[in-house]
Design a protein around this ligand. Structure first.
Ligand code: ZN
Length: 363
């Protein structure tokens, strides 16, 4: 079974207003789920608009992350309130929690991404973390959200850092899916890989303009946020599991195991993982294009103020056995690293990361 996309998608400047009548038909008592205080204004607007439609609305905020503790609390709240849908309004963690909770309770989920930082508003997938933000596992859901509301006015209010993070996460689609799935003899998978290539080209063309002057380059900005929030989700929907992740995400998951005082966004960590994946390809798969890709990506990543080494994520890999911890988690049995078409040993990952961090790569 494959769920390719949300049942209905509203996109553009008035997407929320346009979606309201359908949402009012779908639910009598929604729970609006959020997390950050920075998005309180939008969540209050969503709450009020639903109330004005005579719906019996409740709201809740995640306390930590998309973690079992928060999931249990929100589930109990929904059961007590008798809510018949979840409206998840926020970034990836909120969207993933909303989808997971709605599926457990067999009620519809409506996703309202409030930034372009991930494609979680689209996908039938939830990543589960600990309270402290350490990756545990991803859970494949039965279906994509019932309704996705991609309101550009909402997304415009998000900090530019979230856009940079979304660009890095979406760029990874091409580099991960093309290496893991290029030998799969399945038309849909091949077409998904080609979409991810066009997606990457679009981001290389428009990403910097969108990031630096979102309001002057409105079409670049619009294309970029839709590439990150919609197209990236479509690639996963059409291509299925193997089109989703490889080394970049495996290394992301491992890096989240190290707790740091400053939290970094999903795509910020994936971007570093992507550079490491390409080094690995160069070393193990004799991929001559990998070095060129690294140089090309580094130019864009610097323009977007994205971290490009693990040390820029606030982690010294040469202290506290951090490197060993990252290597162990990257190579654990269930890791996506094993989707790579060549054998990887712990020693390989160790060498790649150690060299990468020592060199402080230059463009
Ligand atoms: Zn991702």
């Amino acid at each position: 079974m494959q769920s390719i996309s949300p049942e209905t998608i509203f996109r553009g400047n008035d997407a929320w207003e346009k979606a309201l009548p359908q949402i009012a038909n779908l639910t009598n008592s929604p729970l609006v789920l959020g997390r950050s205080v920075d998005t309180n204004n939008i969540k209050n607007k969503i709450f009020k608009d639903l109330k004005n439609r005579d719906l019996n609305v409740n709201s809740a905020n995640l306390q930590f992350d998309c973690c079992y503790e928060d999931i249990l609390n929100v589930k109990n709240l929904i059961l007590n309130n008798n809510n018949d849908s979840v409206i998840a309004a926020g970034g990836g963690k909120v969207l993933d929690s909303g989808k997971y909770i709605a599926e457990c309770l067999n009620i519809p989920c409506i996703t309202v991404p409030l930034s372009a930082s991930t494609c979680a508003g689209w996908t039938a997938l939830s990543n589960i973390y600990t309270k402290k933000g350490q990756f545990i596992k991803d859970v494949a859901l039965r279906s994509c959200p019932k309704v996705l509301v991609y309101d550009h006015k909402f997304i415009q209010t998000a900090p530019s850092r979230t856009l940079a993070s979304g660009i890095a996460d979406a760029l990874a689609k091409w580099y991960e899916s093309s290496i893991t799935s290029s030998t799969i003899d399945d038309g849909l998978v091949q077409q998904a890989i080609q979409i991810s290539r066009v997606l990457r080209d679009q981001l290389l063309l428009d990403g910097e303009k969108a990031f630096k002057a979102p309001f002057e380059n409105n079409s670049s900005w619009r294309n970029t946020i839709e590439a990150c929030g919609l197209t990236a989700g479509l690639v996963g929907g059409i291509g299925g599991e193997k089109c989703r992740t490889a080394a970049a995400h495996a290394i992301h998951n491992a890096i989240t195991q190290i707790i740091t005082p400053n939290k970094f966004l999903h795509g910020e960590i994936v971007g570093v993982g992507l550079l490491l994946q390409l080094r690995l390809e160069e070393m193990k798969n004799n991929n001559k294009l990998a070095d060129q890709s690294i140089k090309q990506l580094l130019v864009l990543m610097k323009q977007l103020n994205l971290p490009t080494t693990i040390s820029e994520l606030g982690i010294n890999v040469f202290k506290n056995q951090n490197l060993e911890k990252i290597v162990d988690f990257t190579c654990r049995d269930k890791s996506e690293i094993h989707f790579l078409p060549f054998e990887i040993s712990k020693q390989d990952i160790f060498e790649v990361i150690a060299n990468f961090e020592q060199q402080k790569i230059k463009i």
